[in-house]
Design a protein. Structure first.
Length: 189
């Protein structure tokens, strides 16, 4: 096995994908080590998950900074200190700006709960359900300046479950946890 990649995971909410990645690293199922968890919401449950996993946390509120660049410079300093090699977005509800894009060219990955390019942005599951699709899915992609527009690395379809948003979301999360691990391992090995 090749050396473990040092990754920083970015999240804004409950952190189920963060938890799945941390568990995969711990079990040796992901050829990576999470060296930092970054959040824009210090009150988010993902912070508790990171604490329990003994993973360093950078909780930085965008509203505490006058510009997006200033906000990202603080994050970049923490990333450099942690020696993170890849940035892994896992429910990070902000567009990544030029400061991070320039510092990590082609090294920022995102997971999105739809088969992009369909249903980009927020509430992709709700968008899919609203359009009455029978199949949705999960996409892992490189991050660029746009919203969910970067090159696609992996996709997997998920059947919509009888118009049930909650059950469909559960099915999507289960696929996310496996697909993200698999896609990242392909990059890191």
């Amino acid at each position: 096995m090749t050396r473990k990649m040092k990754i920083a995971v970015f999240a804004s909410g409950s952190g189920s994908n963060f938890g799945a990645l941390a568990e995969a690293c711990e079990k040796g199922e992901l050829n990576a080590e999470i060296v930092l968890m970054v959040t824009n919401k210090p009150e988010a449950f993902v912070v508790e998950r990171a604490r329990k996993a003994n993973i360093p946390i950078a909780a930085v509120r965008p509203k505490d900074y006058e510009t997006k660049e200033a906000y990202e410079e603080v994050i970049l300093a923490a990333l450099r200190e942690s020696e993170a090699e890849w940035l892994i977005l896992a429910g990070y509800m902000r567009l990544v700006g030029q400061t991070l894009l320039k510092a990590y060219p082609s090294k920022i990955i995102n997971i999105h709960p739809s088969l992009l390019p369909s249903f980009p942005g927020k509430d992709a599951i709700g968008q899919a359900m609203g359009h009455g699709v029978k199949v949705t899915g999960v996409t892992v992609h490189l991050v660029d300046e746009g919203m969910d527009t970067g090159p696609i690395l992996a996709q997997r379809a998920v059947d919509v479950i009888d118009g049930d948003v909650e059950k469909t979301a559960e099915a999507i999360h289960a696929v996310e946890h496996e697909l993200y691990k698999d896609a990242l391992n392909k990059l890191f090995c």
